[in-house]
Design a protein around this ligand. Structure first.
Ligand SMILES: *Cc1c(COP(=O)(O)O)cnc(C)c1O
Length: 374
């Protein structure tokens, strides 16, 4: 049987705790939001949220209201901002559970105000999300004036209060970031002109929070850095003072000796160059190992960093171990902490033509998550 020790996602909450407290110290602004959307980037939302709060995060960020409600059901009390909604969202349950809504349109603004009129517990705090060049779900600059005026009107009625204004950068380089920063400043000025008085201003995610002091304002929204993955995949996380939280572990499930010239895995994309030993690792694309890792991604097998040989299949991949001695049950680390001799999530991602964010977030399938504090 392929037991749980063959498919393990180890989550080091100790590393998460140290990353959060390190980021809080080096960034040093009033509010630190840790982003735990998408099941905390594949690390498990509730345990990561609890640990982050314990380590000093005073805000949590999620995409959907549903994620925020899950955090509330788990008893988490800190303010939570949710910023991705359908155009016909009913915000009543969100408000009842003190979820702060990131508002991206006039329709959403009215929907929050309506939900708040029906709910009598004081004005609902909201954060207005301005588009400053990402062209996703923020309020477009042409709409700012109209939305700010309507927000002021709803504030007058006691339905809402604009507690925050925020935006998200495209990461398209310093020039684009600067243009977005200028536009964001204009947006904040227009909002103040319209009589709004937001007390929390935020635009920076991990990459910008670490590199640009002028864009930290009084809150930053940190996702990937908290999980110990580099936001750009080129700077080693250790250089940022961060430790990888996720380690994907397996064990060699089968070993076979083959002669030179043997085709390995589907379509024979790998042919053994010499007589060798093949190790079978029981993780496949069902577990989130991308098929693009075929013949390219590094893994640590029995203490040696080698490349995946041939195609990644649904349930397994093969590693050519050359003359290394390897036996069934030997430990495998797909990615983890380079300080322990493992490829990093970024190393693995680069070989697959993707980014560390995608690699950690997609891992799952039949893996079991194991929480540790190292
Ligand atoms: C995901 C997300 C973040 C976190 O970004 P990182 O690069 O992971 O730090 C911040 N803000 C918004 C709006 C997001 O969607």
């Amino acid at each position: 049987m392929i037991g749980p020790e063959f498919r393990e996602i180890q989550i080091d909450l100790g590393a998460l705790r140290r990353n959060v407290s390190h980021l809080k110290t080096v960034i040093g602004v009033e509010h630190l939001m840790i982003v735990v959307k998408a099941d905390a980037y594949g690390h498990g939302m509730v345990p990561c949220a609890r640990t982050a709060v314990d380590a000093g995060a005073d805000w949590l960020g999620v995409a959907d209201v549903q994620e925020a409600l899950t955090l509330r059901q788990a008893g988490i009390q800190v303010p939570i901002l949710a910023w991705l909604h359908s155009s016909r969202e009913d915000f009543q349950e969100a408000l009842t559970n003190r979820v702060t809504i990131g508002v991206s349109s006039l329709a959403q603004l009215d929907a929050v105000a309506n939900a708040s009129y029906a709910w009598t517990d004081g004005p609902a705090p909201i954060h207005l999300k301005l588009d400053t060049g990402l062209s996703r779900n923020g309020i477009a600059p042409e709409e700012w004036r109209k939305v700010f005026e309507r927000a002021k009107y709803h504030e007058g009625d006691g339905a809402i209060v604009v507690e925050g204004i925020f935006s998200h950068l495209a990461g398209a380089g310093p020039q684009a970031d600067l243009a977005a920063h200028v536009l964001f400043e204009e947006g904040i000025a227009h909002a103040r002109d319209a009589g709004l008085n937001p007390s929390i201003i935020h635009i920076a995610a991990t990459a910008t929070a670490l590199t640009s002091t002028s864009m930290r304002y009084n809150m930053v929204r940190i996702g990937i850095g908290a999980y110990g993955v580099s936001p750009d995949d080129t700077t080693p996380v250790a250089n940022l003072g961060l430790t990888p939280v996720m380690t994907v572990r397996s064990r060699v499930a089968a070993v076979r000796k083959v002669p030179a010239g043997v085709g390995v895995s589907y379509e024979y994309d790998y042919v053994t160059p010499q007589a060798t030993t093949l190790a079978l690792v029981p993780l496949g694309y069902a577990e989130g190992i991308p098929r693009s890792a075929s013949n390219s991604a590094p893994v640590n097998v029995a203490g040696q960093v080698r490349k995946i040989s041939g195609r990644v299949a649904m349930d397994q991949f093969i590693v050519d171990m050359g003359s290394e001695w390897v036996t069934v049950g030997d430990p495998v680390v797909v990615f983890g902490d380079p300080k322990r001799g493992h490829p990093s999530a970024s190393d693995f991602a680069r070989a697959c033509g993707t980014i560390g964010y995608e690699i950690v977030t997609r891992m799952g399938g039949r893996c079991v998550r194991v929480y540790v504090e190292l």
